[in-house]
Ligand binder design. Structure first.
Ligand code: FMN
Length: 351
């Protein structure tokens, strides 16, 4: 009996298994539009048997892009291409989510492979809770006014409406990795003295407001996930106890899943990556906040993934880089587990 290969229903979304393709930027868009790359890349993983695909960080605003090549959902015209990706993935049995993102002070004006060439990284358009650059060699972002905060919230509202129009099975708010919402959460990046800074209640305000907007715009049947950096790994940064308290508040707002990543708020953070290094975060948040979780980070083997879900340490397991190497990972792991999985008829002779 495999838990990993058992179904899971979250609100109206029925997943065929507990494997998630973790959101991963493909830097393959022009002006935020879906390209041929996306039409090949995502449906291939659906053919490979994954339960849920979460599309890469997708910008809710042009100035909120991690790079100019990010996928976007900040124009009505973006809906059509996204619909095509979602339809294709669904045709091959996967459910599809979208990760809504705003890069804040980590927005950059060039693709990642040109980073080495620029003397000072960042974007001239970048906004953030406080005018503190990400690092020494980064541009200083503009401190957001109350009007900016309202504008960004309105961009999230429009983005969620478009996501509903596309027909996504889940929406994830990107509140991790040092991007805008994480910048509000963490004292490392947030030095505001108004109601959005200082105390825990003030630092979580912006995320809670975004989540409230998202939940209001989403049909009851569509699950809402929030990816957080459960810890900052820097002195004076966000800590795990705050993640647990935040998860309790998010649960009250109708969030279904906490996708538990970590770090990336500061250049000087120190941590080591090792197999399953973030799983304890998911486990503690599940247990203490009583909310569904996604575990992610160097989950590399079937046994490791099975252990996590079977022992109830997380509800879902997200895989990142391994999915870039092997789109057919779920089919392979199912075979290893002795679980019969539906193989596309075109491929049956190979399995
Ligand atoms: C190429 C690449 C792009 C990524 N882009 C995103 C992203 O858009 N949003 C996000 O939350 N995490 C992003 N990540 C992090 C992954 O989702 C994942 O959390 C991380 O790679 C750890 O999982 P893994 O060890 O299975 O790769 C990215 C990772 C890679 C390798």
């Amino acid at each position: 009996m495999s838990t990993l290969f058992s179904e899971l229903r979250i609100r109206g979304t029925l997943l065929r298994n507990r494997l998630v393709m973790s959101p991963m930027c493909m830097y393959s868009s022009e002006d935020g539009f879906v390209s041929d790359w996306h039409l090949v890349h995502y449906p291939t993983r659906a053919v490979g048997g994954v339960g849920l695909i979460i599309l890469e960080a997708t910008a809710v605003e042009e100035r909120g892009r991690i790079s100019p090549l990010d996928l976007g959902i900040y124009r009505d015209e973006h809906v059509e291409g996204l619909k095509r990706v979602v339809q294709l993935c669904k045709e091959f049995g996967a459910k599809v989510g979208i990760q809504l993102a705003h890069a804040g002070r980590k927005a950059e004006d060039y693709p990642p492979w040109e980073r080495e060439k620029v003397k000072v990284r960042g974007s001239r358009e970048a906004i953030a809770p406080s005018p503190i650059p990400f690092g020494e060699n980064w541009l200083t972002p503009r401190e957001m006014t109350k009007e900016d905060i309202e504008d960004v919230k309105s961009s999230y509202r429009k983005a969620v409406r478009r996501a509903v129009e596309v027909g996504f099975d889940l929406v994830e708010i990107h509140s991790a990795h040092g991007y805008l919402i994480h910048e509000f959460l963490s004292p490392v990046a947030n030095r505001r003295e108004d109601e959005y800074g200082g105390s825990f209640e003030n630092r979580v305000r912006f995320l809670l407001e975004v989540v409230r907007i998202a939940r209001k715009e989403l049909p009851d049947s569509v699950p809402l996930s929030v990816r957080i950096s459960a810890v900052d790994y820097v002195e004076g940064g966000w800590i795990l106890e705050e993640s647990v308290e935040l998860a309790k508040l998010l649960k009250e707002e109708g969030v279904d899943l906490i996708d538990c990543s970590s770090g990336r708020i500061a250049q000087e953070e120190s941590f080591t990556e090792y197999p399953g290094h973030q799983v304890p975060f998911a486990e503690r948040i599940s247990r203490e906040a009583g909310i569904g979780t996604i575990a992610v980070g160097m989950i590399r083997t079937y046994e490791q993934a099975e252990e996590i879900v079977s022992n109830g340490r997380a509800d879902l397991v997200a895989i990142g880089r391994k999915f870039l190497r092997d789109p057919y990972l779920p089919l392979r792991w199912a075979k290893q587990a002795g679980v019969k999985m539906e193989v596309p008829r075109q491929y049956i002779r190979a399995w």
